[in-house]
Design a protein around this ligand. Structure first.
Ligand code: FMN
Length: 391
């Protein structure tokens, strides 16, 4: 008898981003205020993948603002070091990428063209930007050219467009490919949708088809390993990007790795495991905030509801947990929980985090009139360029 024990078949081959091989083609979506070194460590411990940090604005980075330098920090064992940049103009983009290259601060750079928040789209940034296709091309080309100096792959993350009447993803995808990116990721929503409704996986499939020679990653509404497998099967993508689904659930990356390796094992955490993870998360946030315990506890508050989703822990304790100010207090409150509580099943699964309803997209004046910048818009973009006065 030979070899009756077949190895499970991997769902997908490794994802190749320039010189970087991502064995499990799963990416932790960049999430501002969430994907810092502490949370990334928890996720990394469970599974393989690429773990992107929170977005950093190119301008803040070149001005060396302390918060931006904190955001791009990586732990010594974090390889590859992935940084997401947000920028509205090619000059600042180029400077920021050059800084990352010259100071050896990143191994992978992602460009954010998906942010839908008014503060960003009002200036023509994030999900508003690919509409100005010339500007988009110029930013991506500049980033790729600067990053090439150190053989650092650049990827682009974008939404479908501004709204259903102003879709940009196919044109922007082709432009990004021609500019030399290593992959594009598509969140299957428009800016107008924000986080409402359902991500359009058909659009992801269309982009996959439109770019046969470039890795395409799918993003939106992956809440479980099974969802990730379903997305791959339905769209043909080369990998998936997972955001809200892992909030309060870093073990999802273990499940994702298992699923991509063709295994059936999944994490079914009891309350003790959840408490231990939450506590470790809180403790790791303290060094991330340079020893500022209060800041770390303020930060952990937003994770509490996600960690305990589906676990019967009682309203009073929940409300005390989201007011926690010190680590002692947190430990004390967690110590009051009934540690015999097991995995609650479906109640702990499914959607979590931001949702809401469609929102008006705030844009610069006359933004949708043409896909070219007019003079006012050009001036606005130029003004976004590096201001060394520190204003
Ligand atoms: C709290 C939060 C912060 C986010 N911050 C960023 C960001 O900094 N950069 C970015 O490209 N996308 C950001 N996103 C979008 C996610 O990366 C992702 O595209 C989106 O949540 C859809 O994926 P999901 O359905 O897996 O959550 C953020 C999303 C959330 C919920």
């Amino acid at each position: 008898m030979t070899d009756t024990l077949e190895r499970p078949r991997a769902l997908l081959p490794a994802l190749q981003l320039g010189p970087i091989t991502v064995d499990t083609p799963v990416v932790l979506a960049p999430m501002a205020g969430i994907t810092n070194t502490a949370f990334r460590r928890l996720c990394r411990e469970y599974g393989g993948g690429l773990y992107v940090n929170e977005m950093v604005t190119a301008r803040a980075l070149v001005e060396r603002r302390p918060e931006s330098l904190r955001i791009i920090k990586h732990e010594p064992d974090e390889v590859p070091r992935s940084v997401q940049l947000y920028s509205v103009d090619p000059v600042t983009t180029g400077r920021a990428v050059r800084m990352l290259v010259e100071e050896d601060r990143a191994d992978h750079i992602d460009l954010n063209f998906g942010c839908p928040v008014p503060k960003v789209t009002r200036k023509g940034g994030g999900s508003a930007l690919p509409w100005k296709i010339g500007l988009f091309e110029s930013i991506v080309t500049t980033a790729v050219r600067e990053a090439e100096q150190a053989n650092i792959p650049v990827t682009v993350k974008m939404r479908k467009g501004i709204d259903e009447d102003h879709l940009t993803y196919l044109e922007a995808g082709r432009a990004a490919r021609d500019a030399g990116v290593a992959a594009v990721a598509l969140h299957g929503r428009t800016a107008r949708q924000h986080y409402s409704g359902q991500a359009d996986w058909d659009a992801i499939a269309r982009l996959r088809e439109a770019l046969p020679d470039l890795p395409v990653l799918g993003n939106g509404d992956i809440w479980s390993a099974e969802d990730a497998v379903a997305m791959v099967q339905r769209t043909g993508v080369d990998g998936v990007v997972v955001g809200r689904g892992c909030q309060g659930r870093p073990w999802l990356f273990g499940d994702l790795q298992a699923a991509f390796e063709g295994r059936e094992d999944r994490h079914r955490p009891n309350l003790t495991m959840v408490i231990e993870t939450l506590l470790r998360h809180a403790k790791m946030l303290i060094p991330y905030f340079d020893g500022d315990e209060r800041k770390a506890m303020q930060d952990i508050r937003k994770h509490v509801a996600w960690y305990f989703k589906g676990y019967p822990i009682g309203g009073a304790l929940r409300s005390q947990l989201v007011l926690v100010e010190t680590l002692d207090q947190l430990e004390d409150l967690l110590g009051q929980l009934d540690q015999s509580i097991g995995y609650p099943g479906e109640a702990a699964e499914g959607p979590r985090g931001r949702a809401g309803s469609p929102k008006k997209v705030h844009l610069p004046e006359d933004w949708l009139v043409s896909q070219e910048l007019n003079e006012d818009q050009r001036q606005m973009i130029k003004a976004a360029e590096v201001d060394t006065s520190g204003g």
